[in-house]
Design a protein around this ligand. Structure first.
Ligand code: OOB
Length: 548
């Protein structure tokens, strides 16, 4: 089998008709994803492209320098035997090397599998095996965990892995490869079929092993460019890559690729804590960044004690999990109306609140789909459309939403409708303005004494309590009630230590907010921190495991 035939084995493309419609409408431009960098380097060679503020830094590369480094990396990968259509598992912290290697893989026609630094052997082995990867690109132990140990185990478990490249001290493996581009045969631009996968993203779910999501050149270029338009991104913007850059949000919404599409400046940090990040914002006059809600809350709290000039920041994108209204209001108050809510998924659909939306819509909704070609259906448990404004499961189909997971027939039968809509599992409501409000996950419902209680609903009310910083609400089996409602919370650092937060406090507070009595928690557990997923969302599966 040729490498391309192998790559498309298990890939679910758009129907020919749909693809043609997106091309005819000018959404699909027919260019390889790596072309975004080619044009930025051609039109703006001397503009700053990448500043590395990780432990490797500091250094800044212009677009011309980045372009050269990428060509050398691509030649190195080719010299090491990687060929167009091959897959390579990429796992690097936010750094210039992540950008160089990512674009180097694209330049060599190799499809990166975008894993996160927090992934470990279980996920890496699964993703390597499913994707049929021939290489694993990772790093040494400088950041506290030695990924070379994962590499050793991976080589023993997944026979397709022929090469391991290590950023830093390679040990028994190879260093990140570089070679003279004149010595390599790299694919020409016209050799790339833009409707084939350019990269493989990882699904964000917290149940089971992650699934692979093949995003094509055409769809991902559209994702980057359209996101740049919606966020008003231009050549003068500086984007701080604070979340792990392999995740769809900081990678392409507009993130790394959207910023490159307008030849803006990227600042990479492997430490998103406010003391470090605030200094970077001040020093580099950062204008845009993206955070998950938990981190955004930490940043907001830190504005009270970290002295820093954050006035350059015009847009703080918050997404990945539900941002409570009171938190949105608080962040806006602390940083000056900078919040943009982003509701998206690696599978495709991205919704943004718009820059000119009234602030109350920004605070209470998760935005509007970024393209008018996004087809949204909100359905009840029987798959029937709900009435306008009613809650239901969000189904979506569109130019940049996948038609099926990569090599996962068993999931596809469940996760996609026969007419190609992705079942997001998210419970949403559509406002007359078209904005979507995410009200929870369809499966994240607790059935207590016969009443359905949405966990997110209770969580949102809990975090409005001044003493509560984070909350996770789960249902545990209960003989009398069927399920009882268990609240697990992290208290604010400024809450007096000698005054413990009690279940009674929480219930009194929720009752005063008008919450129905059957939704009140039956137990309250105060913890120092909540477990998180690889990108920093609260991991409710893990909370449940800890509690039960
Ligand atoms: C982003 O992508 P994933 O693939 O890690 O996770 C997607 C899921 C969504 O289905 C939804 O359940 C949840 O994460 N989610 C949100 C949300 N944004 C994502 N739930 C409530 N409010 C939000 N604003 O998380 C992602 C990808 C691109 C951009 C932004 C987020």
């Amino acid at each position: 089998m040729t490498r391309t035939a192998d790559l498309i084995d298990g890939f679910a493309p758009h129907s020919a008709g749909a693809a043609e419609r997106y091309r005819a409408a000018g959404l699909f431009g027919g260019r390889p994803l790596g072309h975004l960098l080619e044009s930025a380097a051609r039109d703006h060679p001397d503009r700053p492209a990448v500043t590395d503020a990780s432990i490797d830094g500091p250094r800044t590369l212009t677009y011309a320098q980045l372009h050269t480094a990428v060509a050398r990396r691509a030649a190195g990968l080719a010299a090491a035997g990687l060929r167009p259509g091959d897959r390579a598992v990429l796992q690097l912290h936010n750094s210039a090397e992540l950008a160089i290697t990512f674009f180097g893989l694209l330049r060599a026609g190799v499809v990166p599998v975008m894993t996160l630094p927090a992934h470990r052997i279980t996920e890496i082995a699964h993703l390597a095996e499913r994707s049929g990867a021939v290489a694993y690109i990772t790093e040494d132990g400088r950041r506290g965990f030695d990924h070379r140990d994962v590499a050793t185990q991976l080589c023993g478990r997944v026979p397709s892995i022929a090469t391991v490249f290590v950023d830093g001290e390679p040990g028994p493996f190879a260093p990140l490869p570089d070679a003279d581009p004149a010595t390599a045969t790299l694919p020409a631009e016209g050799d790339t079929n833009p409707s084939l996968p350019a990269l493989l993203l990882i699904s964000g779910g917290t149940t089971g092993l992650p699934k692979l999501i093949a995003r094509t050149h055409d769809d991902y270029v559209f994702n980057a460019r359209r996101s740049a338009v919606v966020t008003g991104l231009g050549v003068d913007d500086t984007y701080l890559v604070a979340l792990p850059g392999a995740h769809n949000f900081p990678l392409c919404c507009p993130g790394i690729l959207g910023t490159v599409s307008v030849a803006g400046h990227l600042v990479f940090t492997d430490n998103p804590s406010p003391d470090h990040a605030f200094e970077l914002i001040e020093r580099h006059r950062v204008t845009v960044t993206a955070l998950v809600p938990a981190l955004a809350q930490v940043w907001r709290a830190a504005t009270e004690w970290e002295p820093a000039d954050l006035s350059s920041l015009r847009l703080l994108q918050v997404g990945g999990a539900k941002l409570g209204e009171s938190d949105a209001v608080g962040i806006d108050a602390a940083l000056g109306d900078v919040v943009q809510q982003v509701f998206g998924m690696a599978e495709g659909l991205i919704c943004y609140t718009r820059l000119d939306d009234p602030r109350d819509l920004v605070h209470t909704t998760q935005g509007i789909p970024m393209s008018t070609f996004d087809e949204i259906r909100i359905v009840d448990e029987n798959g029937e459309k709900v009435a306008d404004g009613a809650e239901g499961e969000l189904l979506v189909r569109g130019p940049y939403t996948i038609r099926g997971y990569y090599r996962a027939d068993e999931h596809n039968a469940r996760s996609f409708t026969p007419d190609g809509y992705y079942r997001s599992g998210d419970r949403v409501r559509r406002l007359p303005s078209g904005h979507l409000a995410v009200t929870g996950r369809i499966k994240d419902t607790i059935v207590r004494a016969g009443e359905n209680v949405a966990a997110d609903d209770v969580e949102e009310h809990l975090i409005a309590h001044p003493a509560i910083r984070q909350a996770a609400v789960i249902g545990l089996p209960d003989e009398a009630l069927g399920e009882r409602i268990c609240a697990v919370v992290v208290v604010s650092p400024d809450h007096p230590r000698d005054r413990a937060l009690t279940l009674r406090d929480a219930r009194t507070f929720l009752t005063a907010r008008g919450l129905a009595s059957f939704k009140l928690p039956d137990t309250l557990t105060v913890v120092a921190s909540l477990p998180t997923t690889a990108v920093g969302k609260i991991d409710k599966q893990a909370v449940r495991a800890r509690l039960s």
